[in-house]
Ligand binder design. Sequence first.
Ligand code: ATP
Length: 132
Amino acid sequence: MSTLRLEIVTPERKVYDKDVNMVVVKGVGGDLGILPHHVPMVTPLKVAPVKAKIGNAEEFIAVHGGFMEVRKDKVVILAESAELGSDIDVIRAEQAKERAQHRLNEKQSEIDHKRAEAALQRALTRIQVGGH
Ligand code: ATP
């Protein structure tokens, strides 16, 4: 089975660097499945799990926004933060989720509302990936 290289990088570190068979991401325009020899492209990503397929196995990485660049047999994801399931503290994410939900129930400015929604989405993504 042919492979492509998946690299996930944050300002602090390289979170993921492996040969995989397929990458599935949530782009701002919808879900995208990237196979080897995909046409080159750049797209912003939503805060969501990224799925890497390796043979029959699947690995999930929590990716908090950023961009994906598809080049010849290489996918590079640059994000403000990203975590492997094994790096995720699910209890911390549950607490972040509760804080965000609490803030969303309060009357607040639009900017605070957007911030709480983004925090909620990060927490939900971490819970999904960390609980896998
Ligand atoms: P919290 O409110 O729990 O700090 P947050 O969404 O505000 O969550 P971020 O600003 O997105 O946190 O991330 C700050 C740093 O902490 C990043 O390096 C991120 O990878 C890490 N991080 C955040 N939440 C978790 C978690 N639940 N498990 C492991 N690492 C986390």
